[in-house]
Design a protein around this ligand. Structure first.
Ligand code: SAH
Length: 232
């Protein structure tokens, strides 16, 4: 069956405009519950883990992890989102250009435990910050344009250190009823894109149908957490 969302596109300008207009209903003011529940599976006993946050927005999870002694690198196109993250976290920060990416900037807190790159995710690579011990993907794989999923998956795999634990949050609903984002990501696609490189463990699945999503036309919405680890 063809995917009705296959050709959906949201441009970087449209995302920026969402931030400028305050249309950021995806932002959660508290640490994401499904991250909190599954954090032990991600850390697997490790301390001082280097986390990657693709399409990070101003997720408060980044401060939560930094306060626990981990380091965080995020990538986000909207400078407004990045500045709001540091301001709302009460972290002083500085910015500098990224010499290898024209127009990009990196914002870091004084302790350098949080570094947020303001650029298109596809400009980011392991040459900037090396590989990561963990990835938290909430509102990222479901937010990129569906046609870009193979490119995005290849980038994530390239950023995974051999011991990386990648927590991926996806949404399942009837794509005939809502056009996205968040886009619907079938389980088969998670498998087809990652299974050559990663073992994939389904960790959790829950009903996420809120009144807002019902008002958008959805009749069911399942949120699913997958744990991806590099094949040995
Ligand atoms: N992960 C965050 C934000 C989710 S919304 C959270 O859970 O709250 C998706 C975010 O990705 C938006 O903030 C948008 O500005 C950003 N974004 C979308 N496409 C992007 C791209 N190609 N590169 C970098 N950031 C992007």
């Amino acid at each position: 069956m063809p995917d009705p969302q296959e050709n959906q596109v949201m441009t970087l300008e449209e995302w920026e405009s969402m931030w400028q207009r305050g249309m950021t209903g995806f932002h959660q003011p508290t640490v994401y519950r499904l991250l909190q529940i599954n954090i032990d599976k991600v850390l697997a006993g490790r301390t001082g883990v280097k986390f990657f946050f693709p399409l990070c927005g101003k997720a408060v999870d980044m401060k939560w992890l930094a306060d626990m002694g981990h380091t965080v690198v995020g990538v986000e196109i909207s400078e407004k989102a990045i500045c709001e993250f540091f301001e709302e976290s009460k972290m002083s920060y500085s910015e500098e250009p990224v010499p290898t990416i024209p127009g990009a900037k990196v914002f870091r807190n004084a302790e350098k435990t949080v570094s947020l790159y303001q650029c298109d995710i596809y400009c980011f690579s392991s040459s900037l910050e090396g590989q990561f011990g963990a990835i938290w993907d909430r509102g990222a794989f479901v937010a990129i344009n569906p046609k870009d999923r193979p490119k995005y998956a290849a980038l994530m795999v390239s950023l995974m250190a051999p011991d990386c634990r990648f927590l991926l949050d996806t949404m399942l609903y009837n794509p005939e009823r809502y056009s996205g984002p968040p886009f619907c990501v079938p389980n088969e696609q998670v498998h087809s894109l990652f299974e050559s490189y990663c073992d994939i463990e389904p960790l959790q699945e829950e009903d996420a149908l809120t009144e807002d999503f019902k008002n958008w036309g959805m009749d069911y919405l399942i949120e699913k957490i997958h744990l991806l680890v590099c094949k040995s």
